[in-house]
Design a binder for this molecule. Structure first.
Ligand code: F0G
Length: 412
């Protein structure tokens, strides 16, 4: 089964060929998306049979990822586990809770879905080099996939504001790494000035092919949740790409006739970097950028999310909502999921859990709800001593302390 694809402007509908190297509409300047043709007439039963016979990775859904099969660059991304977490559900205050652990991807975050597709597209287009601005996960992922494809990688990261694990990965995979003192938003502005370059391919999430990879999160959740009962999905929001991608995935399942009612999507931001959540909470239709975003969750320390229009559509069409959570609430949630369930996530990911807890406490989400939190990256990305302050670590002198007594005291 094969679906035709075109790029289309999300505002004026102008179409472009799927092999055009273009990131914004030439007519009105807005964002582009990949549109698949013929979904509504497709034999969706056959499609589901095909999927079920394949390995559980992103490329299981290859019919819905319109790329030539000869250029695929894959490190076995996708197919991440969905954990049912009953102790955490009680802590959060919902009937049932699941965690979709995107930290299990090859470089430890959901970005690998988009990069497998984005770098494959770069190869298909004959590009020799790729570039991105990043708070750390995009750059780690792009560097790895560029290495796997034999392409040059250049990244711009906010100087001093990127988690050490991510900086290490990005450099280790061989990317030429530029640390910019002015922060992420300026780094992205700078990368986007290269949109006309013939030599270098931009792999931030303004690149519509990135979203084609990330939308597979929805396909996997659809299969893993069985769709026997309603659920909501909580997604941490930074540059607004991932929540838009999830919604695109669900919308395609609806268009295929596979799914009747997609879940409500909740976008969660950190209090100090919440231009998107503020727009939703106050019912506005335009985003007011923030000059100095600040949060412990460095992955989502973003003041001017480039994909906000797509994300606004995702939240409104899914009848979802947004929340902003404090750094304290983020750290608390990070500790709770780790200590109650054995799942290590980075702070940005923990925001999705803190967000559901807050929405339930505020009465904006029913206590009887079934929720899925998308844990976008692994804890190992951000080994930050600040985050474990106050947790049980004691230093002892073997000569003076009786270790056996200490252990007896701990286990009670
Ligand atoms: N969670 C993590 C761990 C992230 O790294 C990001 C974004 C997000 C959530 C938010 O996703 O931007 O699609 O809304 N990280 C980007 C980066 C900005 O450069 O790694 P988004």
């Amino acid at each position: 089964m094969h679906f035709g694809a075109r790029l289309a402007c999300i505002s004026c509908g102008q179409h472009y060929g799927s092999d055009e190297i273009i990131y914004f509409c030439r007519r009105c300047g807005d964002l582009l998306e990949v549109r698949l043709e013929g979904l509504d007439g497709a034999d969706s039963d056959k499609l589901r049979r095909e999927w079920s016979g394949r390995k559980f990775t992103l490329w299981r859904y290859r019919e819905l990822i319109p790329l030539g099969q000869n250029s695929i660059v894959s490190l076995n991304e996708g197919g991440t586990p969905l954990y049912r977490v009953d102790r955490l559900a009680r802590w959060v205050g919902v009937k049932r809770l699941y965690v979709k652990f995107e930290g299990a991807n090859p470089t430890g975050s959901f970005k690998d879905r988009g990069m497998s597709v984005g770098v494959s597209k770069a190869v298909e287009l004959g590009k020799k080099a790729v570039i991105c601005a990043s708070t750390g996960n995009t750059s780690s992922s792009m560097s790895a996939y560029a290495a796997a494809a034999g392409l040059k990688a250049i990244v711009l990261v906010p100087s001093g504001k990127i988690a050490i694990g991510k900086l290490f990965q990005t450099i280790l995979y061989g990317a030429y790494t530029i640390a910019l003192r002015e922060g992420f938003d300026k780094a992205l502005d700078t990368v986007l000035t290269l949109h006309d370059s013939k030599d270098i391919y931009i792999l931030n999430s303004v690149n519509a092919w990135r979203i084609e990879g990330q939308k597979t999160l929805a396909f996997e959740l659809f299969e893993q949740m069985n769709h026997e009962e309603e659920y909501v999905v909580s997604i941490p929001v930074g540059n607004c790409g991932n929540i838009a991608a999830a919604w695109k995935g669900y919308t395609e399942l609806v268009n295929l006739g596979i799914l009747d009612k997609p879940p409500r999507l909740f976008g969660i931001q950190a209090e100090g970097a919440s231009p998107f959540a503020d727009m939703i909470i106050h019912g506005r239709n335009t985003l007011e950028p923030l000059k100095q975003p600040s949060t412990i969750a460095s992955a989502i320390r973003i003041g001017k999310p480039v994909n906000w229009k797509k994300a606004l559509r995702a939240v409104r069409e899914s009848e979802g909502f947004a929340a902003k959570v404090s750094d304290n609430a983020i750290v608390e949630a990070q500790r709770a999921i780790a200590a109650l369930e054995g799942i290590g996530v980075e702070p940005a990911s923990a925001a999705s859990i803190a967000g559901v807890r807050k929405l339930v406490n505020e009465g904006k989400l029913d206590k009887d709800a079934v929720a899925v939190c998308v844990a976008t990256g692994t804890a190992l990305k951000d080994p930050n001593p600040e985050l474990v302050q106050g947790l049980p670590l004691i230093e002892v002198d073997l000569q003076k302390e009786n270790i056996v007594n200490i252990i007896r005291r701990v286990i009670g």
